[in-house]
Write a protein that binds this ligand. Structure first.
Ligand code: DGT
Ligand code: CA
Ligand code: CA
Length: 364
C-alpha cells in the first residue's frame, strides 16, 4: 500500500497578520488583537498578537489589562478590536487556494486545514516537501499570508510538526523519523492535552513524550477513560489512523451576505434568505451532502451576532425543506428582534449521514 502523506496547514498569528495586511505600518509594531467584552473599558481577553508582541509575554486568552500592563513601556504597541468578517473573508480566499492542492481536503477552522496528498505525491516524501513549499508560496503570492506547514504520515504528527517551527515554517517528518522527532518534545504538544493533563503528568515526573511512553495503556485508560487514554497512548507513538475527511465545511455549506440596507422586515429579508438557501443547496448537491440541522445568522447593526437553528426529524438534501425551515426561523427570530439586521446568513450542518464523518470528540 502507498505511504499516506498528510499536510497540516496553519496560518501564522492569524488575526494579527490579517490586521497587518490591511495596514502594513503595523508590521514593525507589536500588535495585539482584543475581544473587548460589553462591560466596556479594558475588560475582555486577547485573541492573538503578532510575534513582536509575543516577545513581551502577551498570550492568547490573557486579560486585556494584563497585556496592557506588560506593554506599559512600549508606546508603539497597538491594541485593536477583532473584525471577524474581515478575517473570514481572508480565510475563505486562502482556503479556496489550498483546497486545490489536496486529494482530500478537511477544513478545521478559520486558520487551519488538513490535506491528504497521498495520490498526487505518489507517497513520496521528497515530492511532498516540494509540494508543501509550493503551497506556502502560492498562499503568500496570492494572499500575502505567511503560513506554517507540517508534513507526515498522519494528522496528529503533522499537526505537531506545524506547531514545531513558527512562523513561516515547514517541518517534514519522514516515516522513519517520527520517534526521533516526538521523543524530546514536551507532552503538551499532543493535541488535546491541556494544562490540567500536563500538570498530572508533571506530578508523575513525566515531562517529554519519551517519558510518557513509559506509562502503559492500562494506566492511561484508568487516568483518562478508555477513549482518551488510548488516544494519548497512540499519539505518543505517532500512531493515528484517522482519515482526512471532507468534514462539514462552513465555507462550503454556509452563505452570508451584507444586506442592501439594514432591516428587520420579513418580506425584505425573506427574499435574500431564499436566495442564500439556493446557493447553499447548490453546494450540497455538488458534494452529495445530507444535512440534519438548519441555522440562520444575523449580524446586527451594532455588529453583534444572533443565531437560531433547528434540528430536522430526518437528514435531507431537499431545497424545499431548507427554505421552509430557514423562513420559519426568520419569522420566529423577528418576533423579538430589536436591532436592525445588517448581514444575513444561512447554514446547514450535522452531516450525520455522510460517509467518513469525523469524530469531533477526537481532541476531547
Ligand atoms: P500562531 O501561533 O502563529 O498559529 O498564532 P495564531 O494567532 O494563528 O494562533 P492559533 O492558530 O492558535 O489561533 C488562530 C486564531 O484563533 C487566532 O489568530 C485568534 C484565535 N484565537 C486563538 N486563541 C484564542 C483565544 O484564547 N481566545 C480568542 N478569543 N481567540 C483565540
Ligand atoms: Ca495559526
Ligand atoms: Ca490554528
Amino acid at each position: 500500500m502507498q505511504q499516506r502523506i498528510v499536510f497540516h496547514v496553519d496560518f501564522d498569528y492569524f488575526f494579527a497578520q490579517c490586521e497587518e495586511l490591511r495596514n502594513p505600518e503595523l508590521k514593525t509594531k507589536p500588535v495585539v488583537v482584543c475581544v473587548f467584552s460589553d462591560r466596556g473599558g479594558d475588560s475582555g481577553a486577547i485573541a492573538t498578537s503578532n510575534y513582536l508582541a509575543r516577545r513581551y509575554g502577551v498570550k492568547s486568552g490573557m486579560p486585556i489589562k494584563f497585556a496592557k500592563r506588560k506593554m506599559e513601556d512600549v508606546p508603539e504597541a497597538v491594541f485593536l478590536p477583532t473584525d471577524f468578517d474581515y478575517y473570514s473573508e481572508i480565510s475563505e480566499n486562502a482556503m479556496n487556494l489550498i483546497r486545490k492542492y489536496a486529494d482530500i481536503f478537511e477544513y478545521v477552522g478559520r486558520d487551519e486545514a488538513y490535506l491528504d496528498v497521498t495520490k498526487r505525491t505518489e507517497g513520496s516524501f521528497s515530492n511532498a516537501a516540494h509540494l508543501a513549499q509550493q503551497l506556502k508560496n502560492t498562499i503568500r503570492s496570492n494572499t500575502k499570508l505567511s503560513s506554517t506547514v507540517g508534513v507526515s504520515t498522519n494528522k496528529i504528527v503533522s499537526k505537531i510538526a506545524s506547531d514545531f517551527k513558527k512562523p513561516d515554517g515547514l517541518t517534514v517528518v519522514e516515516p522513519g523519523k517520527i520517534e526521533h522527532f516526538l521523543d524530546p518534545l514536551p507532552i503538551k504538544v499532543i493535541p488535546g492535552i491541556g494544562k490540567k493533563s500536563e500538570e498530572r503528568f508533571n506530578e508523575m515526573k513525566l515531562q517529554t513524550i519519551y517519558d510518557l511512553k513509559k506509562v502503559d495503556v492500562f494506566s492511561l485508560n484508568s487516568m483518562f477513560g478508555r477513549k482518551v487514554g488510548t488516544y494519548i497512548y497512540n499519539a505518543a507513538r505517532g500512531i493515528d489512523d484517522e482519515p482526512v475527511s471532507p468534514r462539514a465545511d462552513p465555507i462550503q455549506y454556509s452563505r452570508i451576505i451584507t444586506l442592501k440596507q439594514d432591516s428587520k422586515d420579513f418580506d425584505f429579508l425573506s427574499k435574500d434568505l431564499e436566495q442564500l438557501c439556493v446557493d447553499v443547496h447548490d453546494a450540497i448537491v455538488k458534494d452529495s451532502i445530507v444535512f440534519k440541522s438548519v441555522g440562520i445568522q444575523f449580524v446586527q447593526e451594532d455588529l453583534s451576532n444572533r443565531t437560531k437553528s433547528r434540528m430536522l426529524k430526518n437528514p435531507t438534501s431537499s431545497l424545499e425543506e431548507l427554505k421552509k425551515t430557514a423562513l420559519q426561523l426568520l419569522r420566529e427570530s423577528l418576533e423579538d428582534q430589536r436591532l436592525l439586521i445588517r448581514r444575513l446568513g444561512v447554514r446547514v450542518s450535522d452531516f450525520s449521514e455522510v460517509a467518513g464523518q469525523v469524530d469531533i470528540t477526537r481532541f476531547f
